[in-house]
Design a protein around this ligand. Structure first.
Ligand code: GAP
Length: 474
C-alpha cells in the first residue's frame, strides 16, 4: 500500500522524527529540524556507511572539511558561473518558479506525449529539449502555461539564478569578503586531495569520504525533506588512473555498490529503485557521464543519488586557480598524472526521508479480545531503527519492578539506544514502540522479581517469550 507524503509528514511530527524549523516564529519555509528519532536514524545511517566504506576498507579515508572556504574555490570549481537554475516570475502574484520544472510538471500533469507536443512545436526529445531560455519561453507561450498559484498568464523572461548562498567574512559590516556556503561537500575533498595523498602515503586508486551539510538557495524547495535549502550529503570522491577501462569498471562497481547499499542498508524496496543515465544535455558542467539513482516517491520518481564520472575536471581547475601541482606520482611506474574521479554522491537528508517513506505502514491485527485493530508500524532495518530496546515495568507503582527495569536499562544502554517507559499501560507502550519500529520490548513483571526472567516481544511477529534478563542480546 502506498501512503501519501502528508501521512509521512504527520507521523514524522507526531513521533519525533522531524519538526518545522523556527516553529515558535511561524516556521522558516521548508526548514525542518531533526527531532530525537530523526537524529538517531541519521546517526545510524552515517555510522553504517562509515563502517562499510571506511572501517572495513583500507582504500577510503574520512574527512571533515570546512563549510566556508576560500571564495576562489568556488570560482575554480565553476559554481560561481555555472551553478544556476532557470528562474521565472509570475508578474501578477510574484511567485518565483523554475522554468524547466514548470514545463516538466505541465507535461506530466497533462500526460503529453511527443506527438502532441510536436503539433505545436518541433522537438526531437522533450527530456533534453527545453534547456535554453528561448526554448523554455517558446514552450510556455505555445502551451499558454498558467501560473499554478494564481492562474494568470503573465510571465517574466526566464533568467539564470545562482543557487549558492553568499555571506560575508570579516569583522566590519559591509567591508568583509564575500564567501559562499558550500553547495556540495565535494570541493573540500578536491582541495585536500594532494595533502592527504602526501601525508597518508595513499596510493591510487583511493577515495576520500565526507558526510556533512551543504546549502542551496533552491527556487522551489518542498516535498517535505526532499528539496530543502540546508541538507546533508554523503559524498565519496574515488580517484583512479586516466584509463577508460579502469574508470568504466570503477563506475560500474560503484553502481553495483550503491544499489546494494540502498536495498540492504536503508531497506528500500528494489522495485521502487531505478538507475537512469543522464542525457548528454542534462549532464552537470563537471561530468562526462552521470547515472542517477531514482526512487518512486508518493509524488513522482525523483533522484536519491548521483554517480558521476567527473574526469580530472576539478583537480585541473584547482591546478589552474591555485597554481599548485596536484599531480600524482606513481611510486611503481614513476608515471605522473592528474587522477580522474568517480563520485557516488548521496543525499543523507533524502536517505532519511526515503527510509521513513519505505518503512511506514499501517497493519490490521486482532487484539486479545479478537477485535480488529490497526497499528502504525515503521519497518526500519534493525540497524537504522532509532531505538533498539524499550524497557517497560508492567506495574509502574511496583518499586521492585521499576528498580529491576532501571537496572536492565542501565546495562543495555551502555551499548544500545534504549527507552525506559514506565507509563504503566503496556498496550500503549507497544503501539508507541511499533510506530518507531523498536525491534524488542522487554517487560518486567512479578515473575521477573521471582526468577530473573523477562518477557521479550518481537516487533515483527508480535510474539512474546521469556528469557533470563542477563541473556538479552541484540
Ligand atoms: N557533488 C555532486 C553533487 O552535489 P548533486 O546531484 O547536485 O551532486 C547530490 O547532489 C545529492 O545531494 C543528490 O542526489 C541529492 O540526494 C542531494 N541533494 C541535492 N540537492 C538537495 C536539496 N536541495 N535537498 C536535499 N537533498 C539534496
Amino acid at each position: 500500500m502506498t501512503f501519501s507524503l502528508d501521512n509521512i509528514v504527520a507521523w514524522a511530527k507526531r513521533r519525533w522524527f522531524a519538526y518545522p524549523g523556527s516553529d515558535i516564529y511561524g516556521w522558516l519555509a521548508n526548514a525542518r529540524d531533526l527531532w530525537p528519532y530523526g537524529v538517531e536514524v541519521k546517526k545510524n545511517i552515517e555510522n553504517n556507511r562509515w563502517k562499510f566504506f571506511v572501517q572495513k576498507r583500507n582504500d577510503i579515508i574520512w574527512l571533515d572539511s570546512q563549510i566556508l572556504m576560500n571564495p576562489k574555490v568556488r570560482e575554480a570549481s565553476g559554481h560561481v558561473w555555472w551553478f544556476s537554475d532557470p528562474l521565472i516570475d509570475c508578474k501578477k502574484c510574484k511567485s518565483r518558479l523554475r522554468a524547466d520544472q514548470l514545463i516538466e510538471e505541465y507535461i506530466e500533469k497533462n500526460n503529453l506525449n511527443l506527438e502532441q507536443i510536436n503539433e505545436r512545436i518541433k522537438v526531437d526529445n522533450i527530456a533534453v529539449w527545453a534547456r535554453s531560455f528561448e526554448q523554455q519561453t517558446e514552450f510556455i507561450n505555445q502551451f499558454k502555461i498558467k501560473c499554478p498559484k494564481c492562474w494568470s498568464f503573465d510571465w517574466t523572461e526566464p533568467k539564470q539564478f545562482n543557487l549558492m548562498f553568499k555571506t560575508e567574512q570579516g569583522t566590519i559590516e559591509w567591508q568583509g569578503t564575500d564567501i559562499y556556503l558550500r553547495p556540495e561537500t565535494a570541493q573540500g575533498i578536491f582541495v585536500n586531495f594532494k595533502n592527504i595523498l602526501d601525508t597518508t602515503r595513499s596510493r591510487i586508486p583511493f577515495g576520500i569520504a565526507q558526510i556533512w551539510k551543504a546549502f542551496r538557495n533552491e527556487i522551489t524547495p518542498g516535498n517535505f525533506m526532499f528539496r530543502v535549502r540546508e541538507f546533508y550529503q554523503m559524498e565519496i570522491e574515488y580517484f583512479v588512473e586516466n584509463d577508460e577501462k579502469i574508470w568504466l569498471e570503477c563506475f560500474e562497481e560503484w553502481k553495483k555498490q550503491s544499489k546494494e547499499r540502498w536495498i540492504n542498508e536503508i531497506w528500500i524496496k528494489e522495485q521502487k529503485l531505478r538507475f537512469r543515465d543522464h542525457d548528454k544535455d542534462e549532464l552537470s558542467f563537471y561530468s562526462k557521464w552521470t547515472c542517477d539513482v531514482e526512487y518512486k516517491f508518493p509524488r513522482g520518481r525523483w533522484e536519491l543519488q548521483g554517480i558521476a564520472y567527473r574526469t580530472d575536471y576539478d583537480l585541473n581547475q584547482h591546478i589552474k586557480f591555485s597554481w599548485k601541482d596536484l599531480q600524482y606520482s606513481d611510486p611503481q611506474s614513476g608515471k605522473r598524472y592528474v587522477p580522474h574521479c568517480i563520485e557516488p554522491s548521496r543525499g543523507l537528508t533524502r536517505a532519511i526521508l526515503t527510509a521513513m517513506i519505505d518503512a511506514y505502514d499501517e497493519e490490521k491485527y486482532s487484539d486479545a479480545n479478537w477485535n480488529e485493530q490497526t497499528r502504525v508500524v515503521a519497518r526500519f532495518n534493525k540497524n537504522i531503527a532509532p531505538i533498539k530496546f524499550a524497557v517497560i515495568p508492567l506495574v509502574k507503582k511496583d518499586e521492585e519492578q521499576v528498580n529491576m527495569a532501571k537496572e536492565i536499562f542501565d546495562k543495555l544502554s551502555q551499548d544500545y539506544m534504549c527507552e525506559f517507559d514506565d507509563s504503566g499501560n503496556i498496550w500503549k507502550c507497544y503501539r508507541r514502540q511499533d510506530e518507531i519500529w523498536t525491534p524488542y520490548c522487554i517487560t518486567i513483571d512479578n515473575q521477573s522479581i521471582q526468577d530473573g526472567t523477562v518477557t521479550i516481544r518481537d516487533r515483527d511477529s508480535m510474539k512474546q517469550w521469556r528469557i533470563k534478563a542477563d541473556e538479552i542480546r541484540f
